[in-house]
Design a protein around this ligand. Structure first.
Ligand SMILES: Cc1ncc(COP(=O)(O)O)c(C=O)c1O
Length: 386
């Protein structure tokens, strides 16, 4: 009765922890939440005001399926100015969240039997989306010693005649690491030689720390035509619930991909599109949240680094800290469950991200909560010694 491709999908393996977190919060328990996947800041007022005004102006009807021309032009201008990507409105498709952009991009280029290389650790949705396209996932393991970044030599080894697409995600969820321009160029050299497309998910581009600059893969010489860039408004502008993301690709791809929107969602929310256009007009907000997140990053990293049982990676971007917990003697699910049940602090076990023995801690919460959560983790680790 059920499509086998759908039966194959995994339910969110982190659901147990997030459900328990929500239950405990509902019961009034003082939970420190390091499990969240969205900025804790409210959507900025100037964006909300624009949405209200869009409703009043009657901008509440279907838009063109790939998005309103004004928004696509503003996104293209941003891509040219900030990302050094040569794009025009016809290269942009606006979708209901970046997650749907990724699905539309994959569904547009992948055929049954094609292979997709996903470096691990990875964001959980990539392999599940590949299943829906009937293509095949090939996991490319990366090493802690190399900051969990792709080794171009290892990449070359897993490419076959069937390889169609490489998934790149940086700054990376869950590891928090990002790539330098030189590292990206080394990856480009391999994929160019082997004629492999790249889907570059850069949704955390605004959240890079210590003065780092984000380099877009499509901006590298020779990368434009074979790169699909993914981005959106969820993380940069605290707009997760507004559901606006976009993909940027060669017109050969966008012309075909927009047909998927025609026959599935019709278009992204018209009101959210107005809000997104307003978001692009104000750059101050991004700088503000970046410096707040960097302060939180420092606090959580310094706190967790003090425990000999833990080996956290210092996040270079995102609001996630990836931490080796094997020194505690527990697996990641037991660690996360016991920490939550006994010390009311929730984090995400990383096994479902393709990495055993690690947890992902989100520092998208206040400095006070971070201090409290780090102290509780310390108490938890002490309790394990008894
Ligand atoms: C790596 C990555 N890509 C894409 C998304 C999807 O973002 P959106 O809310 O725009 O669908 C997320 C959200 O968690 C993410 O972590």
């Amino acid at each position: 009765m059920i499509n086998p491709q759908v039966s194959l999908l995994n339910k969110s393996a982190t659901l147990k922890i997030t459900a328990l977190t929500k239950k405990l919060i509902k019961e009034g328990k003082d939970v420190v939440n390091f499990a969240g996947g969205e900025p804790d800041f409210d959507t900025p007022l100037f964006i909300k005001e624009e949405a209200k005004s869009a409703i009043d102006k009657g901008l509440t009807k279907y838009t063109p399926s790939a998005g309103r021309i004004g928004l696509k032009e503003a996104i293209a201008a941003k891509l040219n100015q900030e990302n050094n990507i040569k794009a025009s409105a016809s290269n942009v498709i606006v979708t209901s969240g970046a997650k749907y952009s990724i699905f539309v991009a994959m569904f547009s280029v992948l055929a049954p039997g094609d292979e997709v290389i996903i470096p691990s650790p990875y964001w959980v949705s990539y392999p599940e989306m590949v299943k829906l396209t009937s293509a095949k996932t090939v996991i490319l393991p990366t090493q802690r010693a190399n900051d969990f970044k792709i080794d171009p030599i290892e990449l070359e080894k897993v490419i076959t005649s069937k390889t169609k697409l490489l998934i790149l995600n940086y700054p990376c969820n869950p590891t928090g690491v990002t790539y330098t321009k030189a590292e990206l160029e080394a990856i480009l050299k391999v994929v160019k030689e082997k004629n492999v497309l790249v889907l570059s998910d850069e949704i955390y581009e605004a959240l890079v720390y210590d003065g780092r600059e984000h380099t877009s893969f499509a901006s590298l010489p020779g990368a434009l035509e074979s790169t699909i860039t993914i981005n959106g408004f969820s993380k940069t502008f605290s707009m997760t619930g507004w559901r606006i993301g976009y993909l940027v690709a060669d017109e050969n791809i966008t012309n075909q991909a927009s047909k998927i929107i025609d026959h599935t969602t019709s278009c992204a929310s018209s009101i959210s599109q107005s809000a997104a256009l307003a978001a692009l007009s104000n750059k101050d907000w991004q700088k503000e949240i970046r410096s707040k997140f960097q302060e939180r990053r420092d606090l959580i990293w310094e706190g967790l680094s003090k425990f000999p049982e833990l080996k956290p990676i210092k996040p270079q971007g995102t609001f996630y800290l990836f931490c080796d917990i094997r020194g505690s003697g527990l697996g990641s699910f037991d660690f996360a469950t016991q920490l939550l049940e006994q010390f009311l602090t929730s984090c995400i076990p990383a096994d479902p991200f393709g990495q055993e023995g690690y947890i992902r801690c989100s520092f998208s919460t206040s400095l006070e909560q971070i201090t409290k959560g780090v102290n509780r983790i310390g108490e938890f680790l002490n309790s394990l010694k008894k």
